[in-house]
Design a protein around this ligand. Structure first.
Ligand code: ZN
Length: 315
């Protein structure tokens, strides 16, 4: 199937994950080139399995264009079962794009992946899930950019219930692969389905369906699909953090709505102590700052001061 190639991270010889296999399939002369990442985070298994399954079932001769597919980009985190970050330097790879050739390992890996794969593409898809301690409601993200309209159309084609339009500067995150692609003029999305380190069949199939739909929309995959209802379009994130460290109990589940001011969870002091940030209090109440839908919720009770507990998105 296709041709196996390797991403190489300069200056990282011998480190786990410094050579990353990927596949080149199809013919660039026959249509657009699409880059596809999975496993940017090491324990987001539904995204990796969806891409593996897609590639295993693909009839390469039918492609009208070329795919550059990286099924597990962050191999060091995958092998070590490390959520969120790359074990070599403790950085979140999805805050490092487009990367630098002379930075730390994550920055070099981001640079290699962006330079050797994404820059050759006409469109870019980055498949994620909630990580080990993260439940989520399926959604896609695309950026406000000069290529916003084709990116938004790709997000709609993916067929999930929500899309979030991320505004540069106002968004709590930067340096994602889809943001860097959009800023380089390459239409892009991030798709999130599944979570908590589980390999749930329904989530894998939902990712796979979205991937196929989007590739068909781009004209690379000759297939047609029954239409899906358009997503609810959201444009503003509130990422909620605990002030203190302690025991986190969410009062919402992923996909639930919260009204402005609603109690969405608590952080309790451990072992009869107080929550340091509370001036003697023992329970920190976390309130929704505005109406929104909980697109992701931290499931682990363990939370540190300033720890991310929930992502609420609103119009
Ligand atoms: Zn992720």
């Amino acid at each position: 199937m296709g041709q196996r190639a390797f991403l190489r991270v300069d200056g990282a010889d011998g480190l786990v994950g410094s050579e990353v296999p990927y596949l080149e399939l199809g013919d660039a002369a026959a249509g657009p080139t699409v880059s596809i990442f999975a496993g940017v985070h090491g324990c987001e298994y539904t995204s990796m399995l969806a891409l593996r399954r897609f590639l295993a079932g693909l009839d390469e001769a039918a492609l009208r264009g070329r795919l550059l597919a990286v099924p597990i980009l962050n191999l060091a985190a995958f092998h070590a079962r490390t959520p969120f970050v790359v074990p070599h330097d403790g950085k979140n790879l999805n805050r490092c794009f487009p990367g630098t050739p002379d930075g730390s390992f994550s920055e070099r890996l981001a640079h290699a992946a962006f330079d050797q794969v994404v820059r050759r593409a006409d469109a870019h898809l980055d498949l994620h899930a909630g990580d080990l301690v993260e439940a989520l409601e399926p959604f896609t993200i695309y950026d406000a950019s000069a290529v916003e309209e084709p990116s938004r159309a790709m997000a709609h084609a993916y067929g999930l219930g929500y899309t979030v339009r991320a505004e540069h500067g106002a968004s709590p995150i930067g340096g994602t692969s889809s943001t860097a692609a959009a800023q380089a003029g390459i239409p892009a999305l991030t798709a999130e389905v599944g979570g908590c380190g589980l390999v749930e069949e329904a989530a894998v199939e939902r990712h796979l369906d979205g991937l196929r739909r989007t590739l068909a929309h781009l004209g690379v995959l000759p297939a047609s699909f029954p239409p899906v209802p358009p997503p609810v379009e959201l444009g503003h994130w509130a990422w909620l953090r605990s002030a203190g460290a302690g025991w986190w109990t969410p009062h919402l589940r992923a996909g639930d709505h919260a009204a402005a001011g609603a109690l969405v969870g608590t952080v309790e002091a451990l072992d009869g102590g107080t929550v340091e940030a509370l001036d003697g209090g023992t329970v920190e109440e976390i309130l929704a700052p505005e109406d929104g839908v909980a697109l992701f919720v931290t499931t682990s009770p363990a939370v540190e001061a300033g720890g991310l507990v929930m992502g609420l998105a609103s119009r």
